[in-house]
Design a protein around this ligand. Structure first.
Ligand code: ZN
Ligand code: ZN
Ligand code: FE
Length: 754
């Protein structure tokens, strides 16, 4: 008899992994057991023939459940045990909080088949799910992951569901959110004019009948589709919160949604029924298709087709459009019924996370939605949709990490007391670093908005409770005014634990070092919006010679005055003028072009309003901090080249400048959108070469919000590689401030080790 003991790390709980292992083992006639462990599952597998064990191991990785994410496997020969069968064992860690549950999972193919199979008892049931799919973190109050600790506790299983739940051979074995028309959540639909006097319990709308049969449920889905077809704006309750939906091919509907939501130009995401439908709207590469089909169902940015039927108001002048495939059974039902692309945008106030409670949705969306399609399953935690892009070379770029990804732990080497990193101010997240796992929260919005700050606090408390992590060290941004930093300083004092303040761009670089297991010093290139610099000025175009504990500022973008400070973001014209004024004296091939003496900009300067005021602000140093931010340089260039002077959302000026560069044909101006991107990349690479010359380092870490810019990103990565650099970027985290909390935690741990 041969026996092997295997450890499987990763997301292998709450995804049907143990029943899968048991089935596989029994199918090849093995004895043994499988049980959960602190980091994953442990398996003992034994057979007379060692080759069978080898085949078992290979099959295990190859045919694991779709939603499982195996990060590490190990296997060793052990003495066999006296066993006559293969069993699923309960383990102590079943009750421990350290176990890792999968994030929310989109409807799997088997459930999808049942959803549209008239013979299935869950035919057209809007909440169908199984061990491999369905809601997870959006419904969990506490761990261990058990129905009684989720918002499914409100629904007692009917005998048929209970039988499946208890049957080891059933694909709904231990599926906590399992339900059907007889016993599970139901839809409700309310017209905007019928919402007066509705009653709520703890924020959830009270429905008269707890269940709804198929015919009644279908009638609501049909009515929702009819309303959408007729041009209505519909609020739809999804996994992590409420969406606003409307017909994406109707200019009038899209305009109505934008006007009511007061969102003039920020791009809207679109949902389509399947990949073929996505291909009618956009050029979907293999890599992009793979992302769209990921069980997390992120919004994927792809290039819109010339002949796309989408209303022009969806992407508002951008080349890319964000497309996602249905993540829930209800979304499948609606998209099948409608068979047209739908705008599917988060219902939120600007800068705040998605709205989750029914009561809040009805109040906030009054005057925006014509009708509300809700359900009586509470959303415990809100998760926005994740946003990603697949680069031409197939690389995945995370832009917003939320539903479907967070809080899947990222593995980090090393050990330390538990670190809580408070994160940045915008694109807020926090992170807990505990042993080898880093839990980065979902995207929580911009903390200067009260709703976002509350969501941040709620989520942080929930993670502490859920994962049983309690801060023994606190890390934060060194910015004196960031709300998360103020909280962190206070918290460290209260708990009597060490506080580590981390410079913003050092955190960016450290996040790349952490994600790529880099332990030697690197040439860190941070191209960013704004961050508080170690000298009190605003940084954002930095080359740092950095290790995990500290850095030396090797080079930075030539500083310019930023009239109005952070508020200059809204006024690219002012920034542009200030740039010309401060750069006029520069003797530099690229940056020297931004000069008041450059005839290309004479007209711009002439036409600028309030020039004297800006002159005074800069000359007397009134609220005009020095800044080396590449993000603000992009804003300025966008205004100077006549691309965008009045952005309606953060980053619009830079996005449109990239669009201009991509669309550019024979522009004969000395400085163009494209030559700006290329010149800037060259200037940065020249400095990287000097840094290598000075330090002997050849390893580069690239991060910062500007790394989302496709042209700058590809030019830098390709050309740095051509020059023989070893180039590293963020992998599972966004290069924007979504990586800051993670980077802060890495720095804090390393400083403690020192
Ligand atoms: Zn399923
Ligand atoms: Zn049932
Ligand atoms: Fe940043």
């Amino acid at each position: 008899m041969h026996a092997r003991r295997m450890h499987i790390d990763g997301i292998v709980q709450g995804v049907g992994f143990r029943p899968f292992v048991a089935r596989l083992a029994r199918a090849c006639g093995c004895t043994g057991w499988v049980c959960n462990s602190a980091h994953g599952v442990e398996i003992l597998v034994q057979h007379e023939d060692d080759d069978v064990l080898g085949a078992f191991e290979r099959d295990l990785e190859r045919s694991a459940p779709q939603a499982a994410r195996i990060t590490r496997t190990s296997s060793e020969e052990v003495p066999p045990e006296e066993l006559s069968s293969f069993e699923i064992r309960r383990s102590q860690s079943d009750d421990s909080k350290s176990t890792l549950v999968s994030p929310d999972l989109s409807t799997c193919n088997e459930c999808l088949d049942e959803l549209f199979d008239p013979a299935s008892r869950r035919y057209r049931y809007p909440f169908i799910n199984c061990t491999n799919c369905g809601p997870r973190f959006t419904i969990i109050d506490d761990l261990p992951y058990d129905r009684s600790l989720t918002s499914m506790r409100d629904f007692a299983m009917c005998p048929a569901c209970a039988e499946e739940y208890g049957d080891e051979s059933d694909r709904r074995y231990h599926a906590q959110p399992d339900a059907c028309f007889e016993c599970g959540p139901r839809l409700w639909l309310a017209s905007a004019d019928e919402t007066e006097g509705l009653a709520f319990d703890d924020g959830a709308l009270i429905v008269d009948e707890p269940v709804l049969d198929r015919a009644a449920s279908d009638a609501l889905v049909r009515e929702a589709c009819e309303r959408l077809r007729a041009g209505d704006v519909l609020a739809i309750k999804s996994l992590g919160g409420w969406h606003l939906a409307c017909d994406a091919t109707s200019e009038a509907s899209v305009r109505r949604l934008r006007e009511r939501k007061r969102r003039p130009t920020k791009p809207l995401a679109v949902m389509v029924r399947d990949l073929d439908a996505a291909r009618e709207l956009a050029h979907v590469s293999e890599a992009a298709a793979e992302l769209m089909l990921d069980p997390a169902r992120p919004i994927v940015l792809v290039e819109q087709r010339e002949d796309s039927p989408l209303a022009s108001g969806v992407a508002c002048g951008l080349i890319e459009v964000g497309i996602m495939l249905p993540a829930t059974p209800l979304q499948h039902l609606i998209l099948h019924g409608l068979d047209a692309p739908l705008v599917m945008t988060s219902a939120n106030r600007s800068g705040e996370p998605i709205v989750a409670r029914d009561e809040d949705a009805l109040e906030m969306l009054a005057g925006i939605a014509d009708a509300f399609l809700g359900n009586n399953r509470r959303i415990v935690a809100r998760y926005d949709d994740s946003v990603m892009r697949a680069s031409d070379d197939g690389e995945r770029l995370e832009i917003r990490r939320a539903r479907g990804f967070a809080p899947a732990p990222l593995s980090v080497d090393g050990d330390s007391p538990v670190v809580l990193a408070a994160g940045p101010e915008q694109k807020a997240t926090f992170a807990f670093l505990d042993g080898e796992r880093m839990l980065v929260s979902q995207h929580l919005g911009d903390l200067e908005h009260l709703g976002a700050l509350r969501a941040w606090e709620e989520a942080r408390q929930r993670y502490e409770r859920l994962f049983d992590v309690h801060p023994e060290v606190v890390a934060c941004d060194m910015h004196p005014e960031y709300l998360a930093s103020k909280w962190a300083r206070e918290q460290a004092r209260e708990l009597g634990v060490p506080l580590v303040e981390v410079q913003h761009h050092h955190a960016h670089i450290a996040s790349v070092m952490g994600e790529n297991d880099l332990h030697e010093p690197v040439i860190g290139i941070a191209l960013d919006g704004t961050g508080y610099g170690a000298d009190g000025t605003i940084w954002g175009g930095e080359i740092l010679i950095a290790d995990r504990t500290g850095f030396e500022r090797f080079w930075h973008l030539p500083v310019f005055a930023l009239p109005g400070g952070a508020a200059a973001i809204k006024n690219p014209e002012r920034t542009a003028y200030a740039l010309l004024k401060t750069y006029s004296q520069l003797d530099d091939e690229f940056f020297g072009q931004f000069s008041l003496g450059n005839p290309q900009f004479a007209e711009f300067v002439e036409a600028l309003e309030n020039r004297e005021l800006i002159d005074q602000m800069i000359d007397r140093g009134i609220n005009s901090p020095a800044c080396s931010s590449v993000g603000r340089l992009f804003d300025a260039a966008s205004a100077l080249l006549g691309v965008c002077a009045h952005p309606s959302y953060d980053g619009e000026a830079a996005c449109l400048l990239e669009v201009a560069a991509r669309r550019q044909v024979d522009d004969t101006s000395p400085l163009t959108a494209l030559s700006f991107h290329e010149g800037l990349a060259r200037a940065i690479i020249n400095q990287a070469l000097e840094a290598r010359e000075a330090t002997g380092l050849a390893s580069v870490a690239l991060s910062g919000g500007c790394m989302v810019n496709g042209i700058l990103r590809s030019r830098l990565i390709e050309q740095l590689r051509d020059h023989g650099f070893d180039v590293h970027v963020n992998r599972e985290l966004p290069p924007n401030d979504g990586c800051i909390a993670y980077g802060q935690a890495i720095v804090a741990r390393s400083k403690l080790e020192e």
